[in-house]
Design a protein around this ligand. Sequence first.
Ligand SMILES: [Zn+2]
Length: 444
Amino acid sequence: MSLWIRHGIVISPGDRPQVFSPGRVLVDGERIARVEADIDELPTDDIETIDASGCVVFPGQVLLHTHCYGYPARGMSPLGAPSHSFLDILRRVWWPLDRALTLPAIGLAARLYLWELLRHGITCAFDHHASYGAIQGSLREIAAAFAEVGLRGSTCFEVSCRCGAKAAEAALEENLQFIREVAPRFGVAPFIGLHASFTLSDSILSRVASLSEDLGVGVHAHLCEGPTDRRLSGISPVRRFARFGLLNEKSIFAHGVDLGQAEYALLAESGATLVLNPRSNLKNAVGLPSVRGLAQAGVRLALGNDGFGSSLCAEAQTAAGTLAIGAGDPGFGWNLLESILFKNNPEIVGRFLGKKLGVIEQGAAADIAIFPYHPPTPVEATNILAHYLFGFGTMPAREVIINGKMRMQNGLPVDFRPEECAAQARYIFPGVWQKRSLRGFRVP
Ligand SMILES: [Zn+2]
């Protein structure tokens, strides 16, 4: 498809931020072919044109850690007594839910959640999945949802011994089958998923380590989501993963609360990515990572949402607050947040997917979101984050193009029917709620 996007404010963040106001963008196939000021007329041709007057033309946003499987929890009552600790939340909310999921519920959850992300201008998401009552084939369901809604991304199954060693083996096998047979066909980035150190035995970690090396893929895991992980692991989870050779530039870890200087150094030296998820950390009352310490040590930082809502902008607003309060310095975090959001996230994901993401530049992937926005102040290369955080990023996109293909137009999906999926979900998800049980989880 060739397409002109014309008359909008074209904003390209990244290493060389640029603003064309008005600007025009030529999409040619899967890539951006031209970006320039829109100050003269074009020769008449038959290329399709979108009028982006009154809009911002911005790169699709990238989300580094999320959970589609949590989507059916919307409006669900927790089981048992109220949860007063992170472990209670896992045992009474998330683990019973994941074990009750069926393959149709997994597919619906992924489709509907990815659609909500897309509406917020997110064009790539790294999913971390669990469904211990329906392991085999679950990742294929999610990959099919990515293909149908149109997002780029990744998924993996979080291996855990919480439902026993046999289930952990089956989860590992699901990862392997997906990496070998499904991921290449769907063009998703391959990872071996791990829950967290405290629900993983040495024997399964040892199997993961050797398979990770054989396949040349990293792990996508939770790391120190509060003090529980260290306490129940009986050792530093960072050191434990390092001992198994899983701390490397191919791996992605989420959270990093409750780390010390020596662990920052290990993470930084390894080149692994640490994904911040501040809203989830706040809601779970697990504490917050020391982002200043992590950044000073040189840890590669990214932003995810841990499945909490569907707006990366809302996560970034919270991050702006938690970075400042964590450092006790209202002046801290703005530039770092800009780097994480507009450079690190797309660069890290782009490396895994072999694409140039996060910029509106010639040769970059044609992943573009168009937001209706009349800026009240000039948009310049130096103030993009402010217009994103408090302006257009808070609004639903009008058009979203991924890999050169129109996925949403005039606020509506092009070839996906969310209302039909939602109607099925309202029928199926309450059955999942009914199936939940508190029994049978094994935690050290
Ligand atoms: Zn998570």
